[in-house]
Design a protein around this ligand. Structure first.
Ligand code: FAD
Length: 381
């Protein structure tokens, strides 16, 4: 066992950090304020291979490993968590889903361009009435020869307004619950697909979250991932993988909060000395740094298991559960260390605090992570 990063991983970390500092930091506050999608940055991330990090080169990706991927998500999220969201959805929910469940034809047509940064992917499981209970989704598909006809409204679609391709989960019959659900690749230009309301969010505001409305949209059967009725199983396996990304995003947010608090505590003078000199502040910083390291190790563990093709679902849930709580605690403490200034939009820590909250909610809430972990504990008895 070796806790040091390899030379290649150190290089990737530095590359991602430099990119975030140079390309994301200058406009991050303005994009957050205006809910503006970082088009330029995403284009450049595509050129760097960061839109398909673990996807083999033959399918348009960078062919790197899972540790490289979590390093990249952490470093980008350390500066702009919303960019972490955008690339996490594209990489782990869209590209990895097609890599793992797609046919050769589907990989060529729907994976290669997106992993190479020529297009953007989204993953749409949730609806207004079905979040944690994903099997209760209502968007319907009806058999129509070599097509399906899709009707219904999906909600909470990250990347939805800017995506070129979507993985949509829909049911042949809601009564069948998880057994009726199928996964379909849907192209943006599909007739009968409309982009609905864009949500006005608390955090990760430069990533877009929209409704998708399907009105008699015709989807070729050739776009079915796996077999009919396998969609729920596909959705859950994809989320196991996705949870590693959210853990990495949370570590990045927490690290950004710690770095900002460390800097500020060295500069802010009260009672004649920098506030870092007060033990109460040192204790906060020490707790933050220790928790971040613990979260990072949990995240690396889940990523390494995945990389070794070993079971990783329990460890991915543990990493997400711990890191999301940790990021929330770290961001709140960073605001506290900034005093009144931390409450202003002139400093980054208030954004970290707003951004951290989402890691507790999407890709399975913290309550759901505990259920997943407990299920594994029961099975392991
Ligand atoms: C910004 C944002 C982006 C998103 N992006 C996507 C996306 O790209 N694709 C996508 O498909 N979805 C996406 N989602 C949806 C997200 O995954 C859901 O919001 C999440 O799964 C929770 O579902 P819900 O909001 O319906 O809450 P509910 O399921 O209604 O839960 C409400 C509360 O009840 C708790 N709860 C529910 N069931 C149980 C239980 N059995 N035991 C204990 N507690 C329980 C929950 O933990 C939560 O605290 C996104 C959401 C947000 C906010």
């Amino acid at each position: 066992m070796d806790f040091r990063l390899t030379e290649e991983h150190e290089f990737i970390k530095q590359m991602a950090r430099d990119f975030a500092e140079k390309e994301l930091a200058p406009g991050v506050r303005e994009r957050d304020e205006k809910q503006e999608f970082p088009h330029e940055a995403i284009k450049k991330l595509g050129e760097l291979g960061f839109m398909g990090v673990v996807i083999p080169e033959e399918y348009g990706g960078a062919g790197l490993d899972s540790i490289a991927y979590v390093i990249i998500v952490e470093e980008l999220s350390r500066v702009e968590a919303a960019v972490g969201t955008i690339i996490a959805v594209n990489n782990s929910l869209y590209c990895c889903c097609i890599l793992n469940f797609g046919t050769e034809e589907q990989k060529e047509k729907f994976l290669k361009p997106i992993a190479g940064g020529n297009g953007l992917g989204a993953y749409s499981l949730s609806e207004a009435g079905s979040g944690s209970d994903a099997a209760s989704l209502k968007t319907r598909i009806k058999d129509d020869g070599d097509h399906y006809i899709m009707n219904g409204t999906k909600m909470w679609v990250t990347n939805g307004a800017n995506a070129s391709h979507y993985i949509i989960f829909a049911t042949i019959d809601p009564e069948k619950r998880h057994k009726g659900i199928s996964a379909l690749i849907v192209e943006r230009e599909t007739e009968g697909l409309k982009i609905g309301k864009k949500e006005n969010k608390l955090g990760i505001r430069s990533s877009d979250t929209v409704e998708l409305i399907f009105e008699n949209a015709r989807i070729p059967k050739a776009n079915l991932l796996g077999k009919e009725g396998e969609g729920f199983n596909i959705a859950m396996q994809v989320l196991d993988n996705g949870r590693i990304s959210i853990a990495a995003q949370a570590v990045g947010i927490a690290q950004g909060a710690l770095d900002a608090a460390l800097k500020y505590s060295g500069e802010r003078v009260q009672f004649g000395k920098p506030i870092f000199e007060f033990q109460a502040i040192q204790i906060k910083l020490a707790n933050m740094a220790t928790e971040i390291e613990a979260g990072r190790l949990l995240t690396y563990q889940a990523a390494l298991l995945r990389e070794g093709n070993l079971p990783f679902a329990k460890e991915a849930s543990m990493a997400k559960l711990f890191c999301s709580g940790m990021a929330n605690r770290a961001a709140v403490e960073a605001v506290q260390i900034h005093g009144g200034y931390g409450y202003l939009k002139d400093f980054d820590v208030e954004r970290f605090m707003r951004d951290a909250k989402i890691t507790d909610i999407y890709e399975g809430t913290s309550e759901i992570q505990r259920l997943v972990i407990a299920k594994h504990l029961k099975n392991d008895r």
